[in-house]
Design a protein around this ligand. Sequence first.
Ligand code: SF4
Length: 119
Amino acid sequence: MDEFNPCLDCGICCTHFRISFYWAEADDAPGGFVPAEMTEKLNHTLRCMKGSNQVPRRCSALSGEVGRQVARSIYENRPTPCREFPVYFEDGTPNPKCDELRATIGLPPLPQSPLPRAA
Ligand code: SF4
């Protein structure tokens, strides 16, 4: 049975932060991995994900409807800030920041323990 993955129905973190990172994480630099065409230059050392440096914010890699069903087209190649934001239950505990962000758009709190996904 699949484990409950609240990120598939949420996505609020992808619409809340300017997602900025060292420019060489983009794949037009040696060893870079983030698709460069999905980024924009901030200054001579930083880039950000397109769509995250404006209001309303929405990372260009996010598809779907926040709070219902979402997907991230570059999940395997996501930049450092996305890797450092703890996914809910990643370490076996809820990330309280998720519920804080969800509350900003009226989404209910997430369960406090992992639940199997409904079939
Ligand atoms: S806010 Fe938390 S639960 Fe929602 S998508 Fe981001 S990491 Fe997942």
